[in-house]
Design a protein around this ligand. Structure first.
Ligand code: HEC
Length: 130
């Protein structure tokens, strides 16, 4: 019995440390690639850079997010009644896993409504723009 319990404890702590690692990789990548524009708190910059804190917008555009991060985006968008019409450069060197980690960092940092995004979901979404 005791051994079983020990194994369960070891396995759960291993899994949770993996999740932590993924999330801290997401945080590190966010800091490196996204903070310069979207800011550390994800609020963006006035009418120039849109916020990443609007759950409704991200939910509606969930399947576009991997393409936007990898290949950039432009053209007018509306978030919370404000129109943005600028150009965001993509980061084509990011892998599917890294994109998933960034999105899951954004999700845990500022959203309750968004659910976990897997590497496979990112891979499928990227088929639309590759
Ligand atoms: C050089 C500045 C810049 C960088 C760096 C940048 N973005 Fe953006 N981002 C923008 C701009 C500007 C827009 C709006 C583009 C438009 O008007 O169509 C935008 C739009 C977005 C959007 C859709 C609108 C919204 O606010 O939800 C998402 C999601 C996003 N960026 C995520 C990211 C992530 C994640 C990173 C880091 C991998 C990143 N961006 C890096 C400038 C940037």
């Amino acid at each position: 019995m005791k051994v079983k319990l020990l194994i369960i404890i070891l396995v759960t702590s291993f899994i949770s440390s993996c999740l932590d690692n993924h999330n801290s990789e997401g945080a590190r990548l966010y800091l490196q690639h996204c903070t310069p524009c979207h800011m550390e708190n994800g609020e963006g910059l006035k009418r120039l850079i849109p916020p990443l804190t609007n759950t409704e917008f991200l939910q509606e555009n969930r399947s576009n997010l991997p393409c936007w991060i990898k290949h950039g985006m432009s053209g007018p968008i509306q978030i919370g009644g404000v129109e943005y019409d600028q150009i965001m450069p993509g980061v084509p060197t990011l892998t599917d896993t890294e994109i998933a980690n960034i999105l899951n960092f954004i999700q845990t940092a500022w959203h309750e409504g968004l659910t976990f995004i897997s590497e496979n979901e990112v891979k499928d979404a990227l088929k639309e723009c590759e």
